[in-house]
Design a protein around this ligand. Structure first.
Ligand code: DCT
Ligand code: MG
Length: 399
């Protein structure tokens, strides 16, 4: 416990630090603006960001603006607000005055105005205007359905549709299978998944994978690996040391889940991974590994402490979104690093690699453009070391 130190720093009092505390103190010192070594990196991969967010009031406002820019396809300001939010999330103190933000990177005019407004009035009028905007509200509603992206939401909005019943009663709209499932399980899928539910699903996937091949390896990834209490889905990496076998692993797993009667939806994407086509120089939203986007039926009896459901729900089960991805074992470290997130942490890892190291990083490889060679890694630590970065634990990647 070094709260004696953080309190003194916050109040600007000089402190005497004992040698035995020095390492802990050095670790958090850069997060104090105006402190002697006040340097917060512009890269999320050089910051430690836990799930404890001391500046929610600001970061939630930034996210509304970022989302609104995203709906209008204005990329620059959208990213700027996400970056600014990510910097504030990493702070071990709460911003109480504009002066506190003086030496922080990634905060522009617009973000500072917003911070000032929130400090003064406890809220932002710009944010409130967006929240009450019909177009924002409608796009937010439509994109909350599994299978409905910003493009589809926009199309529906422009046709004058404003509610789910508008969409579902419009005869000219043909929902695809994913969207039909999205509406069918809307209540369940939009309710957060708890850690206990994630653990229960881990047991189910673990059992299924090992029934197929004994040497299977399964790892929890995504937000739950970063220590989050709740998530919108549960992400797993499943693979086997037998190279090539991973390509057919997922169909076997989903067949088994189907036999168990718990497979409510399955969108399987076969592997298109080809090492000879790498490195890829353009940005790709998805990696090439075999993967499947599932909706599973989770029984209450399998969850310690019961389901995260409403009290009047007496079905005894709920639908949950699960993602499985299956890289070949020699790509495991890259896939794990990529799928652990957060999205902002990943973005900055790639940006750091490109701009500071002349390297290309994605979910498959790390490539050194100067040496023109691929860098091998069996663990995440190997990748951080190649990049010349201090290792950041998964629970410190909530950027
Ligand atoms: N990811 C990726 N490529 C994609 C989608 C996701 O590399 N096309 C990575 C980035 C984060 C991670 O996978 C998990 O994605 P999500 O489940 O969307 O995010 P999360 O951090 O797990 O958050 P949530 O708790 O909402 O699921
Ligand atoms: Mg997730």
């Amino acid at each position: 416990d070094i709260s004696w130190f953080t309190d003194s720093m916050r109040e600007g009092r000089p402190v005497a630090v004992e040698t035995r505390h020095l390492i802990q103190v050095c670790d958090i010192l850069p997060t104090f603006p105006g402190g002697p070594t006040a340097t917060v990196s512009q890269y999320a991969c050089q910051r430690r960001t836990t799930t404890e967010n001391n500046n929610k009031i600001f970061t939630e406002a930034f996210e509304v603006l970022a989302e609104s820019y995203e709906f209008n396809e204005i990329e620059g300001p959208c990213l700027a607000f996400r970056r600014a939010g990510s910097v504030l999330k990493s702070l071990t103190f709460e911003v109480r005055s504009l002066g506190d933000t003086q030496d922080l990177p990634c905060l522009g005019e617009h973000t500072k105005e917003l911070i000032e407004e929130i400090l003064r009035y406890g809220r932002s009028f710009e944010v409130e205007k967006i929240l009450s905007d019909e177009r924002y509200q409608t796009l937010k509603l439509f994109t909350s359905v599994f299978g409905v992206g910003p493009k589809t939401a926009e199309k529906w909005y422009r046709r004058g549709l404003r509610s789910f019943s508008d969409v579902l009663t419009e005869p000219s709209i043909q929902l695809n299978r994913m969207q039909q499932t999205g509406f069918l399980h809307y209540e369940d899928i939009s309710r957060a998944v708890s850690k206990a539910e994630a653990r229960a699903l881990g047991n189910i996937i673990d059992e299924a994978v090992h029934a197929i091949t004994l040497d299977a390896v399964i790892s929890l990834t995504g937000g739950f690996r970063r220590g989050k209490e709740f998530g919108h889905d549960v992400d797993f990496i499943v693979t086997t040391p037998e190279l090539g076998r991973e390509r057919s692993l997922l169909p076997d797993v989903t067949d088994r889940l189907e036999q168990q009667g718990i497979l409510l939806y399955c969108d399987y994407q076969a592997s298109t991974f080809d090492m000879s086509k790498l490195p890829c120089h353009r940005f790709e939203a998805m990696d090439h590994f075999a993967k499947c986007f599932l909706i599973l039926r989770l029984e209450a009896s399998k969850v310690e402490g019961g389901l995260n459901s409403t009290e009047e729900d007496s079905r005894g089960w709920r639908a949950v979104r699960v993602d499985l991805v299956s890289p070949p074992m020699d790509r495991y470290a890259f896939a794990l690093l990529g799928w652990t997130g957060s999205r902002q942490f990943e973005r900055d890892l790639r940006r750091f690699a490109r701009l500071e190291r002349r390297m290309l990083l994605d979910n498959h490889i790390l490539y050194d453009k100067t040496k023109k060679e691929f860098l091998a890694a069996t663990t995440e630590k190997d990748i951080f070391a190649h990049l010349g970065l201090e290792y950041i634990e998964p629970w410190q990647r909530n950027a």
